[in-house]
Ligand binder design. Structure first.
Ligand SMILES: [Zn+2]
Length: 108
């Protein structure tokens, strides 16, 4: 096995590619799609990067399933937070609204 060394920018590109693959595979092979989610997450962790919000909404943080709203997940907004319910493990992920995060950044 060769060890590839990515810069953070390359890693982020790779992560986005992995998520694209998950999306493509979701309809055909859920297991494989979830594998790509795990890979993407591992890569992010290796680089100590936080996944962008748009990607964090696309998988379950409990079972790492790739989530498609209306298919295996439900997205609701509640008290200024986005609540994503995963039908695979019945868990839910809460994500603050982007607006809130931007405001927090201003305060820092
Ligand atoms: Zn789940």
């Amino acid at each position: 096995m060769t060890k590839k060394k990515f810069s953070n920018k390359q890693a982020m590109t790779e992560i986005k590619v992995l998520f694209e693959k998950s999306k493509e595979l979701f309809g055909k092979n859920k297991e494989l799609a979830n594998n790509y989610v795990r890979k993407a997450r591992n890569l992010a962790m290796k680089h100590r990067m936080r996944l962008p919000l748009e990607l964090r909404r696309k998988f379950c943080k409990d079972c790492y399933s790739y989530l498609v709203p209306g298919t295996n997940s439900r997205v609701r907004t509640k008290e200024g937070k986005v609540v994503i319910t995963c039908f695979e493990c019945k868990g839910f992920t809460r994500i603050p609204h982007i607006k809130e995060i931007k405001e927090k950044r201003k305060q820092l």
